[in-house]
Design a protein around this ligand. Structure first.
Ligand code: GLN
Length: 198
């Protein structure tokens, strides 16, 4: 399976390392020809408005949107979650997303005092072990569509969600040494979705 990391802005290197730890040799995606080589994509944490704008400048906005609509598996962390969301609250004026995930997210939802924090939370992948979740000016999910599954919450707000081949977390597993979420994306989300279309 070829997995790309959208490499326009944000914590690309950390996602690349996490994927390598999961025995994937990732492709850094900066141009449409690189996107065309990958079966699945990771949208990193960073600044969602900047990533969206750069994707337009690099001719990747529409191709990514089209691939998502065609069923490409995608994992987005933090800014990546915002980029997957069909709608955003507290968006910058004119802010665009790739969309595809039937959720409404609120940007910078955890408020100023707790801009950044870490917490050990449950993640519904069948393991009873808690996962270290790093939140940095993180969004949370305010509304979910009928086909969206909530995999983790903080104070009753969904912070990890999944729908078909799309996975999104408000937090940054790429900043920890626990690669469980990346492994979950590869083995439980992307691989089964790609097997289905073969
Ligand atoms: N607040 C950022 C945004 O709106 C996301 C922060 C992050 O990815 N750590 O894009």
């Amino acid at each position: 399976m070829k997995v790309g990391v959208l490499s326009l802005q944000g914590d690309v290197r950390e996602h690349v390392s996490a994927l390598i730890a999961c025995a994937i040799n990732p492709v850094e995606v900066r141009r449409p020809s690189e996107l065309a080589q990958v079966d699945a994509l990771v949208l990193p944490g960073g600044e969602s408005t900047t990533i969206a704008q750069l994707s337009e400048i690099f001719g990747l906005y529409q191709p990514i949107k089209d691939r998502i609509a065609a069923g490409m598996p995608v994992y987005g962390s933090c800014a990546g979650m915002i980029l997957l969301a069909d709608s955003i609250l507290d968006a910058k004026q004119g802010q665009k997303t790739f969309g595809g995930l039937d959720i409404t997210v609120r940007r910078n939802a955890f408020g100023r005092q707790v801009d950044s924090f870490e917490s050990d939370i449950e993640f519904s992948d069948g393991s009873p072990d808690l996962i270290r979740a790093v939140f940095i000016r993180a969004p949370w999910v305010e509304k979910i569509g009928p086909n969206v599954q909530v995999l983790a919450t903080v104070d009753n707000h969904p912070v990890a969600v999944r729908s078909a081949a799309l996975l999104a977390t408000s937090f940054h597993p790429e900043l920890t040494h626990d690669h469980r979420i990346h492994r979950y994306f590869i083995e439980e989300v992307a691989r089964p979705a790609l097997e289905k279309v073969k």
